[in-house]
Design a protein around this ligand. Sequence first.
Ligand code: NAI
Ligand code: A1CAB
Length: 257
Amino acid sequence: MKIAILGAGNMGGAIALGLVQGTKVKAENITVSNPTNGKLDVLRDFNASIHVTNSNREAVKDANLIILAVKPWLVKQVLEEIQMDVKKQVLVTVVAGVSFADYGTIIDPSATIFRVIPNTAISLLESTTLIASYNASQEQEQLILDIFSEMGLAMLINESQMSAATSLTSCGIAYVLKYIHAAVEAGVEMGIYPKDAQRMVAQSVKGAAELLLQNDTHPALEIDKVTTPGGITIKGLNELEHAGFSSAIIRAMKASR
Ligand SMILES: NC(=O)C1=CN([C@@H]2O[C@H](COP(=O)(O)OP(=O)(O)OC[C@H]3O[C@@H](n4cnc5c(N)ncnc54)[C@H](O)[C@@H]3O)[C@@H](O)[C@H]2O)C=CC1
Ligand SMILES: O=C(O)[C@@H]1CCC=N1
């Protein structure tokens, strides 16, 4: 199987790095295109077997899967440029907010298309990746699931849930980082060195996530275990709620869907 990745930015580059660390695709079967060389050089430095090019047409020439990782406003231009063969090639688009119906107005509507939304942790094989399919067989769905499952948690969902789920996972990683950033600043104000504070907070976030993922428990139950009546945690929790913490998170998630 040969894969072309069009766009070597935050997403395309991270997917390329994730793919070469997996077992499903050999690095020599991956071609990444980008108009400029800097980001391509980074990929080649990571694994010299990855093919790189400045030409999208060159990248897709023998590809079975075409991963489209350009900004939304470039989708039409790039798809018209590459003239994909929809009988032989499958489109895997990571572009957020462009629907299957939209693609049907640009390429042959009989094309097999996957909308795939990872998050930036894909470069560390720790992504949450959402996958929706269009005109795909079960084998094709399984193939895409297998490829992205090597790079974290991959979930097949209905396109109708894509926007909401993108907000939780792909935008959501930024909201978690925002919490970490704020907590580190609190630590620094209280006299902890930034690097130490960052390690403390990041590991606490990882621990919280693992409690939920490994024990299949509920956040409220885990919070209850931390919270001593009359103790210090409840003071902080109540301050969060006085400041509208839960409401702010809910509003952020809904704003970015
Ligand atoms: N950054 C993120 O966390 C996520 C981004 N996405 C989607 O991924 C897509 C790409 O976003 P980013 O990687 O963040 O953007 P980016 O700006 O980091 O990367 C886009 C890349 O495309 C290249 N490019 C520009 N014109 C091109 C062309 N004509 N042909 C080929 N490559 C071209 C740019 O040089 C750049 O390297 C967007 O559509 C976004 O909605 C989806 C999920 C998460
Ligand atoms: O902010 C954005 O539009 C992209 C899509 C999901 C994450 N980043």
